[in-house]
Design a binder for this molecule. Structure first.
Ligand SMILES: [Zn+2]
Length: 338
């Protein structure tokens, strides 16, 4: 039996817990606002990094005071390479800080193994026991992200890149919706929670008569600018036709992207996680399956297609459980290289 400190660094919040390898449960879950550029205005990027390290070490030492700790796992909201260096993290540090040696800095302070990985990579380990074949995890929340686990390893390049399906351009033209990354017409700008909300606003403005007959009208007192993700989810749950068409538009592009992944590399199982997807649950899954049925999936049988998508656990603990699951199956050499 062993205990591991697991920490999920998000763009807004940091959550930490102790993973108990015997029960595979999380103990002492704690959370708080993460040190980022928004709550530290004017602080230089290098000092922001120091503040985050200080915050993370505080959580680790608090847990280590109560449990004997065998390792520390950190998940991070940006690409991380195999040396534990963060490629970039716009949500945390803006655009100035790049190639940050997060694992090395923490390892200098700690005498137990430290693993640092991207948050969706961590989530992959949570679901590894669900499959005995290659699979991917897709997160559909304020943005869209992915990871593919194939041939016994995470498919990433040397910089830790390989999960940016959300920044793949799927809509051309000057009217394509803007993406948070500065691009236009990206999958995440259309099919994420935030993207679906923007698309609903756009369609409501373009088709006022249809908007007037929609549940979205009642939910926003007729003000298209007040359409938010919450209103879209409520309208979808009420079976609203306009909201359903908006969702279907985004899901058609997501399904085509998953079909491309299958056709290109053969991965045919995907776990769906993320706040927007989970808020809609079976409605989201049914909609995406309907779009997938319209895709050409080379040599894939219908039962295989119907088994392609699976909803993940309906909680926000994917990275914490995933980091724990990672330690259960990792050798010490793996951890050094994680
Ligand atoms: Zn983008």
């Amino acid at each position: 039996m062993a205990h591991y400190v697991v920490i999920d660094i998000g763009g807004t919040n940091l959550r930490s817990a102790v993973f108990d390898s015997a029960t595979q449960q999380l103990l002492d879950i704690g959370r708080g606002p993460v040190e980022n550029f928004l709550n530290n205005p004017g602080v230089p990027p290098g000092q922001l990094f120091d503040k985050l390290i200080h915050q993370v070490l505080g959580h680790i030492r608090a847990h280590a005071g109560r449990y004997p700790i065998a390792g520390v796992g950190i998940s991070f909201p940006g690409p991380v390479n195999e040396r534990g260096e963060v490629h970039s993290a716009p949500t945390l540090w803006g655009t100035t800080l790049r190639s940050v040696p997060l694992r090395e800095r923490l390892q200098q302070e700690l005498d137990v193994p430290v693993a640092v990985m991207n948050d969706i990579s961590a989530a992959v380990y949570r679901y590894q026991s669900w499959f005995n074949e290659d699979f991917g995890v897709i997160t559909i929340s304020s943005g869209i992200g992915n990871k593919v686990f194939a041939g016994g390893r995470m498919l990433l390049n040397g910089q830790g890149l390989g999960g940016e399906l959300g920044h793949h351009k799927v809509v051309e033209g000057d009217n394509a919706l803007p993406c948070d990354c500065g691009g236009q017409g990206h999958l995440g700008a259309i099919a994420s929670g935030r993207g679906t909300e923007r698309l609903a606003r756009l369609w409501a403005r373009r088709e006022p008569a249809r908007f007037q007959g929609s549940a979205l009208w009642r939910l926003t007192q007729g003000d298209a600018e007040r359409i938010d993700t919450h209103a879209v989810v409520s309208a979808l749950q009420a079976g609203d036709a306009l909201a359903s068409d908006v969702l279907a538009f985004g899901q058609a592009h997501l399904a085509a992207s998953l079909a491309l992944l299958y056709n290109a590399v053969g991965v045919k199982r995907f776990v769906l996680i993320g706040g927007f997807c989970m808020a809609l649950g079976a409605r989201y899954l049914d909609g995406l399956n309907a779009q997938l049925a319209r895709c050409d999936l080379f040599c894939l049988s219908e039962p295989e297609r119907l088994a392609m998508l699976r909803l993940g656990q309906n909680d926000d603990d994917h990275s914490l459980y995933g980091l724990g699951a990672y330690f259960l199956q990792a050798s010490p050499a793996d951890v050094r290289a994680a």
